[in-house]
Design a binder for this molecule. Structure first.
Ligand SMILES: Nc1ncnc2c1ncn2[C@@H]1O[C@H](COP(=O)(O)OP(=O)(O)OP(=O)(O)O)[C@@H](O)[C@H]1O
Length: 301
């Protein structure tokens, strides 16, 4: 079901467009494809995030979600897939990502008479293009610079790619769209090449804060004590101030880690939960001490 409350936050023209695409896709997709349709779960720190991402996609733009680790970029991509009722094919980039991981690979198959055939198994880029569906490219800035140019033609007005393994020129069917995510400045990432970045509309995805964070923690975490949840919201706020002052790195204030700490706190004292889920992940001793101090101020020793 579409989330009516969420849809009502969108301007009329955008909402109508989403409803039309959603309805058309509902009639098109069944079975396997339905399993690739994302879930509702993302809470936006600012309603313009969803509004602008939906608008850009409805206009056929590529969307680049930019934000720190665990800020909900994948969840937002899933929500967009859900809103458009459009299956989503995902690629998790890394330095090992190669053309085969994007486009597909050849393999040997056997028919009923045990005769061997070489068949091509489509990768996520080819599948999303041929079916006119969503391609989600996670951590696009961890891929090797040599691999990404394959995507240039896919991302611009041509919407096509030459598959070197089959010799086929693949053209995207209507409805094909691309959502990518980057985590700028994180270890192991490189700044995204300008030509590639130029092909996207950029949406910033910051960490949730305040009341919206409290509601999300209430909904998603195992912790049900409202007072302790509000203490975690304060912890997050104080951590983000330290991030702004440059005392701790952005991932020290990750919503994902905060959620883990809340879950653990349902079964152990918050201080220990914070150490396991947040402090011990950090490399730098000064950062560890800074988080520890904040936690002690809020939860006591
Ligand atoms: N705004 C949010 N709304 C709902 N859940 C959130 C939000 N932000 C973070 N979360 C929670 O944190 C977890 C991590 O979110 P997600 O995997 O989408 O982050 P990400 O930005 O894609 O992370 P990474 O950059 O590490 O891939 C989710 O499973 C979800 O439970």
């Amino acid at each position: 079901m579409l989330d009516r409350e969420l849809l009502n936050t969108l301007p009329d023209v955008v909402r109508d467009r989403v409803l039309t695409i959603n309805e058309q896709n509902r009639l098109r997709y069944s079975g396997d494809d339905q399993q690739l349709i994302g879930r509702i779960g993302y809470t936006a720190p600012d309603p313009n995030i969803i509004n602008d991402a939906v608008t850009a996609l409805a206009l056929g733009k590529n969307v680049l979600l930019k934000g720190p680790t665990g800020s909900g970029k994948t969840m937002l991509a899933e929500l967009l897939s859900h809103l458009f009722y459009q299956p989503m094919h995902s690629i998790n980039c890394s330095v090992d990502l190669d053309a085969e991981a994007l486009l597909g690979y050849k393999t040997l198959t056997y028919d009923d008479s045990s005769n061997a055939h070489i068949t091509f198994v489509s990768g996520p880029v080819e599948k999303a293009m041929k079916h006119g569906q969503i391609l989600y490219i996670d951590e696009i800035n961890t891929a090797k610079a040599e691999t990404l140019p394959i995507l240039n033609g896919v991302l611009d007005y041509r919407r096509m790619v030459l598959n070197p393994f089959t010799g086929e020129t693949v053209r995207a069917k209507e409805g094909f769209s691309v959502i990518a995510a980057i985590n700028e400045g994180y270890v192991g990432t490189t700044p995204l090449n300008e030509a590639l970045k130029n092909r996207f509309v950029v949406i910033d995805v910051p960490y949730l804060q305040g009341g919206a964070l409290g509601n999300m923690l209430k909904e998603q975490s195992l912790l049900k004590d409202e007072h302790v949840i509000s203490q975690f919201v304060t912890l997050s706020q104080d951590l983000l101030s330290k991030v702004k002052e440059g005392q701790i790195s952005e991932e020290g204030a990750s919503t994902r880690s905060l959620l883990d700490a809340c879950d653990l706190s349902a079964y152990m004292p918050p201080q220990r939960a914070i150490r396991r889920a947040m402090i011990d992940k950090l490399e730098d001793d000064r950062e560890k001490a800074a988080v520890q101090n904040i936690a002690e101020t809020i939860f006591g020793r």
